[in-house]
Ligand binder design. Structure first.
Ligand SMILES: Nc1nc2c(c(=O)[nH]1)N[C@H]1C(S)=C(S)[C@@H](COP(=O)(O)OP(=O)(O)OC[C@H]3O[C@@H](n4cnc5c(=O)[nH]c(N)nc54)[C@H](O)[C@@H]3O)O[C@H]1N2
Ligand SMILES: Nc1nc2c(c(=O)[nH]1)N[C@H]1C(S)=C(S)[C@@H](COP(=O)(O)OP(=O)(O)OC[C@H]3O[C@@H](n4cnc5c(=O)[nH]c(N)nc54)[C@H](O)[C@@H]3O)O[C@H]1N2
Ligand code: SF4
Ligand code: SF4
Ligand code: FES
Ligand SMILES: [Mo]
Length: 894
């Protein structure tokens, strides 16, 4: 701490603080128009002037040296500051102060006694309203540069710049054209920091920023899109959402957000929202009342059990829904129906992470908190594209790299982070296991392993060492296509770092050997002693859905009860039985792909799909549709008439994340609260209420009447959650699990003392590389990789209904210029993509992000049919689909 004196009073501030920080610490407000404490100071506006040891200084750029005597309050200083602000204001048109008075500039003028008459600029510089979410009024821009620094330093996008000279300086997109065509990714950070209202979010929210607290008080909740778990403040007026602001005190996002959480709420009021239950009659879905719909569901479920026993019924629970809803769904299946046939989209996503991390280390989650990962001096990011898929994490990682952390990216594509990487490894899709073995080979060969850690806390070294003899860099180069020198360079960066961290995504899991991929990647952290020690930050899956971690934690899995007690373990069953009062079946239930197979075979007679658009997002979609059509009862809880809902017999309209109460678990295992900001439309109800209602019609009271009760009950079934409650989450905002004790913090970092495996040791895995399920050949010469784009979310049901569609209106197939020439496909042409399983239609986008021989597309536009292409090959351990490797051919169709 440094002690200085401000207007005669002693103030202590952390080392390296500025005088502005010290002055604020002393409770004194100064105008500071070019300053934001999240950004590097510019010191350009001269509105924060103080006297430091007798000399006039801009407080924001003057370091607080010990013993400095600062004066702020003399008349002379006030005049200087007022004049600085007056100069700025005098160039602005009157509306700069005549707006709603919420801007930081208007506030400064008010406190300095500067009246609206001061603003007498002519204006006339025009604006840019081309973008759906960010509008620029050039006349109000004071060229403070905060937006430019926000975009560069916090978001890492570098989309903005200041152009012009002197008084004409103004912000503009770096690309020169309209904002809508710039590199802007609409994180909203520029709007948030702009002190004048020159940048605004259009619509009723104009002028709102996370610094200006609107009234009525916004609702604090957790984002319902991706697994980052950003804290958001939702502002409403007249029962409608008018703005969503990132919370400055958000534990994960720290005041940042992305285009989805912040802006993609237009779906709430879409005319296509389902507002009434629908029932299939004579082949058509017709609106009915809840009583009739529920009675039909109950009748159908009973008939299925009568005809085929409890295992003739299955449910797919939603990773979009809350913990409490997932807890209730699995309880319904186990208690009311009497089957373990319940699963969630973790199956399609990170089930290999759960299986692989459990086998290697003991628990099915990431090992470290993201706050720690961010401190790593070397980041190994594998098969993940956080810049697009976990934007707030991507931005924080980029920030670290710009501040000197080393970065190794392993991804076949030149994804956003790869552009900043020290080494970019581009393995052929499906060759990860060989790549990781190659890295491990180098770690051992170059003496970069942690011998003591290996001796004391690890098993499996001899077997792995023997296997790794087969993976010298040159052989790995032949398999993966990664040059041996790059492999060695990457291994050295990871191997020599003081505290490295591994982050990874679906490029590791969604493969025929996804679990082997997770385990062989985990080998690297174990070899380095970088997990469960203070010598690194472990292995961290970037879990995808807002609550995919939670859906699994709550036991919406066919082989696990809440808290990961195995259904086959009598002790785990009896704990649940003691709480639920009924016997729990001991045989694991069906996984999602097996549910469809059973339906096609006539064995599954009722399927309840709760918030997953299986016809759009599960692989080999033609066969999924056949499964639904073969199943006598399909019930679908949905916001929209999704592809799946179209195949259902009963469609139940439900509330979305902005409309309900509960909690989510984010990617680094933090429980956070979800709170309703608005009511669901029409007769829509929460999934929580719907599950209760179906149980009630079937004569069963599921207990736990409220979401808070459900989480409390879950804590009784699952000791790892016993310390959690809604009250606690309301007080502490984020609590990680394991959390067995209400009086103790949860375990943010795992395995400090022992690994959670039965023998307490980390287990190295010695599984050989095996090729992917599909190989290109003469008929299907290209490898299709599927994944995410920044503006849309999964099936796109929510992001395609609102402004995000303007940002990303069509479904592209990315291909390399060489392939475009080879297959005679022009940029922008309609292309037909065919695999051995089906056909899709997309728009070609020629560029070098994808390697030759590979093409890439998303699955955000179900009508394009991308998942009709993907195969039913799946991870041999967990049945996670091989979404990342499909052999295809392309042809121009226009
Ligand atoms: N904008 C947006 N954000 C999202 C989502 C969304 O739909 N849109 N979905 C959410 C969900 S559910 C999830 S699970 C996450 C997923 O987040 P990510 O895992 O980051 O997403 P993907 O784009 O599917 O895949 C990541 C990368 O894997 C690479 N890859 C493919 N094959 C291989 C391989 O064999 N080896 C290696 N090393 N890399 C490979 C791909 O090129 C791709 O860049 O995102 C979440 N966030
Ligand atoms: N080709 C290809 N396919 C993929 C992937 C890939 O990389 N490539 N990734 C896979 C992955 S990782 C995942 S996680 C899946 C995701 O696949 P899905 O889970 O199917 O995708 P979402 O669009 O997130 O959500 C599904 C539906 O839930 C509805 N919904 C939203 N909120 C709620 C709610 O609170 N309750 C209810 N009942 N419904 C709600 C939405 O309207 C939407 O129709 O896709 C998988 N499919
Ligand atoms: S738009 Fe706002 S934040 Fe950006 S330079 Fe102008 S006044 Fe500053
Ligand atoms: S990064 Fe993820 S959690 Fe955060 S606002 Fe974006 S979608 Fe929501
Ligand atoms: S805030 Fe200090 S010079 Fe602008
Ligand atoms: Mo996912």
């Amino acid at each position: 701490m440094t002690r200085i004196e401000v207007d005669g009073a002693a103030v202590d501030v952390p080392e390296g603080s500025s005088l502005l920080t010290a002055v604020r610490e002393a409770g004194i407000e100064l105008p500071s128009l070019c300053y934001d404490d999240r950004l590097s100071p510019a010191g350009s506006c001269r509105t924060c002037l103080v006297r430091a040891d007798g000399k006039i200084a801009a407080a924001c750029i003057t370091p607080a040296a010990s013993g400095t005597r600062v004066e702020t309050a003399t008349d002379g200083l006030r005049t200087l500051r007022r004049e600085a602000v007056e100069v700025i204001v005098s160039a602005l048109p009157p509306r700069a102060l005549a707006t709603d008075g919420r801007s930081e500039l208007a506030h400064a003028c008010e406190s300095l006694g500067i009246g609206p008459e001061t603003a007498r600029g002519a204006g006339g510089r025009g604006g840019d309203a081309s973008h759906p979410y960010v509008h620029l009024d050039r006349d109000l821009c004071i060229a403070c540069g905060r937006c430019v620094r926000m975009c560069a330093e916090v978001q890492g996008t570098f989309a903005l710049t200041l152009v012009g000279r002197g008084a004409d300086t103004v912000v503009a997109p770096g690309t020169g054209g309209p904002w809508a065509e710039s590199d802007c990714v609409a994180c909203g950070g520029c709007v948030d920091t702009c002190p004048t209202g020159a940048l605004t979010e259009p619509g009723p929210a104009t002028g709102l920023t996370s610094a200006s607290r609107p009234s009525p008080e916004p609702t604090r909740t957790t984002c319902g899109y991706c697994g980052v778990g950003c804290s958001l403040d939702v502002v409403t007026a007249g029962g409608k959402v008018t703005a969503v602001l990132p919370a400055r005190d958000g534990p994960v996002n720290q005041g940042h957000a992305c285009v989805k959480g912040r802006f993609a709420h237009g779906y709430l009021t879409s005319p296509e929202r389902l507002t009434r239950p629908l029932l299939r009659r004579d082949g058509r879905l017709e609106p009915v009342g809840w009583d009739e719909a529920l009675a039909q569901v109950a009748r159908g479920l009973r008939a299925a059990v009568d005809a085929g026993g409890p295992d003739a019924v299955a449910a797919i629970s939603s990773a979009r829904a809350t913990n409490e809803e997932n807890y209730l769904v699995q309880k319904f299946m186990r208690v009311v129906i009497g089957t373990n046939n319940v699963d969630n989209c973790s199956r399609l996503c990170h089930s290999p992470s759960a299986a692989g991390l459990t086998a290697s280390l003991g628990l099915p989650g990431g090992t470290d908190t993201f706050d720690d990962v961010e401190k790593a001096d070397c980041l190994l990011v594998v098969g993940a594209n956080p810049v697009e898929a976990h934007p707030v994490v991507g931005a924080r990682l980029l920030g670290r790299v710009l501040h000197g952390a080393k970065l190794v990216v392993a991804d076949p594509r030149a994804v956003g982070l790869a552009l900043h990487a020290d080494v970019h490894l581009r393995p052929r899709p499906g060759t990860n296991v060989a790549l990781f073995h190659g890295l491990a080979h180098v770690l051992l060969a170059e003496g970069l392993a942690d011998e003591e850690f290996l001796r004391e806390r690890v098993v499996g070294l001899p077997e792995l060492t023997e296997l790794l003899a087969d993976y010298p860099p040159q052989r790995v180069a032949d398999i993966t296509g990664v040059p041996a020198a790059d492999l060695v360079a990457a291994a050295r960066l990871y191997g020599r770092a003081r505290r490295p961290a591994i982050l990874y995504g679906l490029g590791v899991t969604e493969h025929l050997h996804g679990t082997d991929g997770v385990r062989s990647l985990t080998n690297l952290a174990i070899l380095r002693g970088a997990v469960g020690t203070d010598r690194g930050y472990g292995v961290n899956p970037l879990r995808g859905q807002n609550n995919v971690q939670g859906a699994s934690d709550m036991g919406a899995l066919p082989d696990f009860l809440p808290g990961y007690g195995r259904v086959s373990d009598p002790a785990a069953r009896s704990r649940a039985e003691a709480v639920w009062g009924v016997p729990v079946p001991g045989r694991p239930g069906l996984r999602i792909p097996a549910m469809f197979a059973a339906a096609r075979a006539g064995d599954l007679r009722a399927l309840w799909v709760i918030g997953e658009d299986v016809c759009a997002t599960d692989p080999d979609a033609n066969r999924v549709a056949r499964a639904l059509d073969a199943c006598p009862l399909v019930v679908c809880n949905e916001l929209f008439l999704s592809e799946t809902a179209r195949h259902a017999d009963v469609v139940l309209p439900v509330a979305s994340w902005l409309e309900k109460d509960g909690s989510f678990v984010n990617f680094d295992r933090r429980f956070q609260r979800v709170r309703p900001a608005v009511s669901p439309p029409g007769a829509a109800r929460s999934d929580f209420d719907v599950v209760h209602a179906v149980a009630a019609v079937m004569g069963v009271d599921l207990g736990c009447a409220t979401p808070a009760d459900a989480l409390a009950e879950c804590g009784r079934v699952a000791p790892v959650f016993a310390g959690l409650s809604h009250d606690r989450l309301d007080r502490e905002s984020a609590v990680p699990w394991p959390c067995p004790d209400p009086g103790r913090p949860g375990e943010a970092t795992l395995y400090a003392k022992r690994f959670a495996t039965p023998d307490g040791r980390a287990h190295l895995a010695a599984t050989p590389y095996l090729p992917p399920g599909e190989q290109p050949d003469d008929d299907y010469p290209l490898v299709l990789v599927t994944g995410r784009r920044w503006a849309h979310y999964n099936s796109g049901s929510m992001t395609r209904r609102g402004g995000n569609l303007e940002l990303d209106p069509v479904d592209f197939l990315d291909l390399h210029p060489d392939d475009a020439t080879r297959y005679d496909v022009r940029d922008g042409a309609h292309v037909t993509v065919e695999s051995r399983h089906g056909r899709a239609c997309l728009i070609a986008r020629v560029g070098e992000q994808t390697a030759t021989g590979q093409v890439f597309c998303s699955f955000h536009f179900p009508t394009s049919g991308v998942n009709r292409l993907t195969s039913d090959h799946a991870d041999t351990v967990t049945s996670c689909p091989e979404y990342k490797v499909t052999a295809v051919r392309v042809a121009s169709s226009s």
